[in-house]
Design a protein around this ligand. Structure first.
Ligand SMILES: Nc1nc2c(ncn2[C@@H]2O[C@H](COP(=O)(O)OP(=O)(O)OP(=O)(O)O)[C@@H](O)[C@H]2O)c(=O)[nH]1
Ligand SMILES: [Mg+2]
Length: 436
């Protein structure tokens, strides 16, 4: 493959040079400004065929390794063994070549080219993941504290991608215990919680509790209703359920309503809900209990449309059971996100062996955590979320997770997989994690 560089005072000049040298069908790989001039990297059309060859086999013609890749590999190059060095630099070169080429995907000239670019992108993903594994392996040798911290995070249920992201940023001077304090403070800083319960109870408004089946929506609605009644009186609150057609659905909330002295309205569809909300607009607070549905159910989108189409602002609070895995919860958030969730409520804290997964998802998705439910008792088992307590607790929970623990030697693989799964070195949601 023969990538050529053309420079011109303007884009037009540079493009003319490309056309003169390589013809009208030249493939532009990149176009950027360098010191006020335009620099274009281009490829002759006949050279495109070279792109179809496996990238890993063409390190000799690959451009130089990028600075960030070098930085990731540097320690290994000093201390590591020669074979691994070679493997790492071959990977780095191939990765760089794949990167350069995938830049061309911005202007696919044909389906064939698009197909090749897709292949290149997938190779790039694979190479990035392998590099991450190798670079982590070398870091592991240099800094056992970082490995120990990562192992702790994984055992607490946090994702490998968040773990890897944070231990990379963790100051190397810290030992394992200071490292854990550092991690706790970063996690806590990034977990948004209700600063004061007045924000919801005194401000009032319409809140709908949504989420998968059986996570505790009805129970939590009753707990919230009780808190509201205790503070403002039963007359200020109304309850609505969209759970009218399941046997016992309406009944469950109606019983709680009766105990609290609050009317419970049952609605079937958007029109019903619109009418009910307009009749109840003089209420300080309206709580809507919704029918639970799997995040994989297409009805979720209909429910979001129903709640957003009433003309009244309905704040949707997602109930996330701490007993679900982080993977499941990520899926849940994606499905229920719709036009935007106001926040979340963690339920079943009392049943969960780890709560890192739910905290991880809340941090990554920037979901403000309002409350935490830790039992079946209404109204006692509901607490305003406290970020320091939750993060601390995530590492302190006694857990029977021995069969799920990773050995040191397995950690590089876990990290490599995390990079792959997140679609690159900077997984989604992680770039915005604040470190100080
Ligand atoms: N241990 C524990 N159980 C809870 C908690 N919250 C709710 N539950 C129990 O979980 C079960 C389901 O609770 P519901 O409130 O009916 O859940 P839901 O989300 O309304 O369920 P669907 O309407 O069927 O989707 C009940 O047995 C509750 O008592 C909690 O925080 N901890
Ligand atoms: Mg329910």
């Amino acid at each position: 493959m023969n990538v050529r560089k053309f420079t011109g005072a303007t884009s037009r000049d540079a493009l003319r040079k490309v056309r003169d040298a390589l013809g009208a069908d030249a493939v532009i790989l990149s176009n950027r400004n360098v010191d006020g001039a335009t620099e274009i990297l281009a490829l002759a059309p006949e050279d495109m065929s070279a792109l179809a060859e496996p990238v890993a086999e063409t390190p000799a013609s690959a451009p130089t390794i990028s600075q960030s890749t070098l930085a990731a590999l540097a320690p290994r190059n000093v201390a590591g063994n020669a074979a691994e060095n070679n493997q790492a630099s071959r990977l780095a070169e191939s990765l760089n070549a794949a990167r350069e080429m995938s830049a061309a995907a911005e202007q696919p000239a044909s389906t064939e080219l698009a197909r090749m670019m897709a292949e290149i992108r997938s190779m790039r993903g694979m190479l990035e993941s392998q590099l991450a594994g190798i670079s982590f392996g070398s870091q592991q040798q240099r800094s056992p504290a970082k490995s120990a911290v990562l192992r702790e995070m994984l055992a607490a249920g946090y994702s490998a991608s968040l773990g890897r992201f944070l231990i990379e940023k963790m100051p190397s001077s810290l030992n394992a215990s200071a490292g854990m304090s550092w991690i706790r403070s970063i996690l806590s800083r990034n977990l948004a919680t209700l600063s004061n319960e007045n924000d919801i109870l005194d401000q009032g408004g319409v809140y709908a509790l949504v989420g998968p089946t059986g996570v505790g929506k009805t129970t939590t609605t009753a707990k919230l209703a009780a808190r509201c009644v205790m503070r403002h009186g039963a007359g200020k609150l109304a309850l609505i359920t969209t759970d009218g057609y399941r046997i016992g659905g309406y009944e469950q909330l109606r019983i709680y309503g009766k105990i609290l002295g609050v009317m419970v309205h049952s609605v079937k569809d958007e029109t019903d809900l619109r009418i009910a909300l307009s009749e109840l607009k003089n209420k300080h607070m309206v709580l809507i209990d919704t029918v639970g549905m799997s995040q994989r159910d297409q009805m979720v989108a209909e429910q979001i449309a129903m709640l957003s189409g009433t003309g009244t602002r309905v704040n949707r609070l997602l109930c996330m059971s701490a007993t679900s895995t982080g993977e499941t919860l990520s899926e849940v958030v994606r499905a229920y996100q719709g036009g935007g969730l106001s926040g979340c409520i963690m339920t079943k804290l009392d049943e969960a062996a780890t709560i890192g997964g739910v905290l991880d998802v809340a941090i990554r998705q920037k979901l403000k955590m309002y409350y935490v439910a830790n039992g079946q008792r209404v109204p006692e088992d509901l607490h305003v979320a406290n970020r320091d307590y939750l993060v601390d607790r995530s590492f302190k929970l006694k857990r029977e997770t021995a069969p799920f623990q990773y050995q040191d030697a397995e950690l590089p693989l876990v990290v490599a997989n995390a990079v792959r799964g997140m679609g690159g070195m900077n997984g989604s949601g992680l770039r915005e994690v604040s470190l100080g």
